[in-house]
Design a protein around this ligand. Structure first.
Ligand SMILES: [Zn+2]
Length: 173
């Protein structure tokens, strides 16, 4: 487990680093294929701006194993993401600074600060938010066996007795 004091990190402008196997992220991996050796690495850097507001800059690189929605095979999806979240003091502050429109370019994610923030929770959220809605290989290495369209229809006039005919024959004996 790794915890940070968000206020302290922001005040100091400090950076923490970490890494962990993705198999340890239960919320992320629910419903995903086996994560094998997949892992995540991250840094979190605090910032206190000129207005005294606190921020965290997160950077995450991971290779979660996803199921390709085209060929249904698992594949390691390479991701790297970064974001800047504002640290506020209470739930009440989450929306305190006015309603933001979805297309507001100044919109910034907010989290409630903590003297003991679980870093993995934060990183797990970052990865989950980055997951593609429909994961797919760029190029599938092997497509599923295509449906055979040119197979000749079973020849009903071949003279072979049907299984049912054989069955009724057996019953008679
Ligand atoms: Zn595929």
């Amino acid at each position: 487990m790794q915890y940070i004091d968000t206020y302290e990190l922001a005040r100091l402008g400090a950076t923490v680093r970490g890494e962990a196997p993705l198999a340890q992220f239960a919320r992320l991996t629910e419903g995903l294929p086996s994560q094998a050796d997949a892992h995540a690495e991250w840094t979190i850097t605090g910032e206190k701006d000129m207005h005294g507001q606190y921020f965290l800059h997160t950077w995450v690189r991971a290779n979660p194993v996803l199921e390709c929605q085209r060929c249904l095979q698992p594949f390691a999806w390479q991701m790297e993401t970064g974001s800047r979240v504002q640290v506020v003091k209470s739930e009440a502050n989450l929306d305190a600074e006015g309603d933001h429109d979805a297309d507001d370019e100044d919109f910034i994610e907010r989290i409630v600060g903590s003297a003991r923030l679980d870093v993995r929770e934060l990183i797990e959220d970052e990865i989950i938010l980055s997951l593609p809605y429909v994961p797919k290989h760029d190029v599938c290495p092997s497509l599923p066996v295509p449906l055979v369209e040119d197979e000749p229809a079973p020849d009903s006039d071949s003279g072979k007795p049907s299984p049912f005919a054989i069955l009724s024959q057996l019953k008679k004996n």
